[in-house]
Ligand binder design. Sequence first.
Ligand code: UDP
Ligand code: MG
Length: 307
Amino acid sequence: MKKLSLVIPVYFEEECITQFLNEVRPVLESIGPSWEIVFIDDGSKDRTVEIIKEQALLENRIKLIEFSYNQGKQAAFSAGIKYASGDYFIYMDSDLQDPPNEIPRFIEEIDKGYDLVFGIRREKIDSLINKIYSKIFWTTLNKFTGMEIPTGLAVMRIFNRQFANKFLEYGEQNRFIEGIFMHIGMKRTEIEITQRERFAGKSKFNFRKKLQLAFDAIFDFSELPLKFAVRLGTILSLCGFLSLIIILFLKLFVVDFAAGWPSIISAIALSLGLQLFFIGVAAIYIGKIYKESKNRPLYSIKQFTNL
Ligand code: UDP
Ligand code: MG
């Protein structure tokens, strides 16, 4: 009998936890007795921790890792994988957007001999602006990194112990989970699932946070912005050099034309702007290198319950 670990990051989810457990537990019981739910509290300041602890007192297969402060869903996921002890891992959100009753289908699929089964949304239930954002995000990311991440990827997925161990070997501070998942490779497939609306509460990812995530993903998994900077820089230098020769030639042999300072100013402004932009690109990478080189722990844990 294989043990199933659910890895669930939670952040201000007091309104969802109880319902989540009510829906998940019968499904797990129907599969067998060998399961655990590992919640990782990412620094909530509402009743999230209290509610989980109450449940953990009654059921020791409900476990909790408490982060000292908000360290992000990626860090929470990494901690969950580290401390969960299953043969299979299910990763899903706690807001019930991912349907718990699909868990048996995931198990059925991975049992066919895969290492990873991604959930793919049949239909994205989201605002139009979020849908457009997602589309642009994934297309750009795939272009930039060449990763070919499946479209409509849901959070919900299952993977085996071997895959989890591979994941744990990735020591990077800048962690874009989907990127690492694709980089691990191994045998993977997808199944379609029907997502629902968030059960209660609000999404923790506003547009600014999402944009930040998109930039991180691109800069963590691609050197294209750097290459682009070098290419454009080369082209512009060549253009500048050519125009200099042409102007010199005209001035010496054709006409002696008056100083056109507006054009000079605009040329200077353009080149300065471009230079600053690309220094910025380089600086982002330097910042990432700096963060990696400090080699700090990935997360800071305050307390364990039932672990
Ligand atoms: N979450 C987290 N840390 C954060 C933000 C979110 O652990 O800093 C959790 C949150 O509790 C939820 C999951 O990550 O279980 C996804 O968050 P949310 O539903 O707000 O994002 P969305 O579904 O809108 O992308
Ligand atoms: Mg959600």
